[in-house]
Design a protein around this ligand. Structure first.
Ligand SMILES: [Zn+2]
Length: 78
């Protein structure tokens, strides 16, 4: 596998969408290629940053919701 082939497959690899043979080739290439390990790291960080927002939008609104609840409790105890 070449570096550019790996770059094309890295997204599928992170999705777990690669077939076993391609995944093995990719892992073997990563083992001997620090540049592609860096590439994979960057992709993983991007996926980690994007995944929560994409899969569940609630963490963004949850703190606002909690603040509203706290404000409601504060008002009712007054
Ligand atoms: Zn490489």
């Amino acid at each position: 596998m070449t570096c550019s082939e790996l770059a094309e497959l890295v997204t599928a690899y992170l999705d777990g969408a690669l077939d076993e043979r391609s995944e093995t080739l990719l892992v073997v290439h990563l083992d001997g290629c620090p540049a592609c390990r860096t590439l994979l790291d960057q992709h993983q960080q991007t996926v980690r940053l994007l995944a929560p927002a994409a899969s569940e939008p609630s963490p963004v609104s949850a703190p606002a919701c909690r603040d509203a609840l706290l404000a409601a409790f504060r008002d009712s105890s007054r």
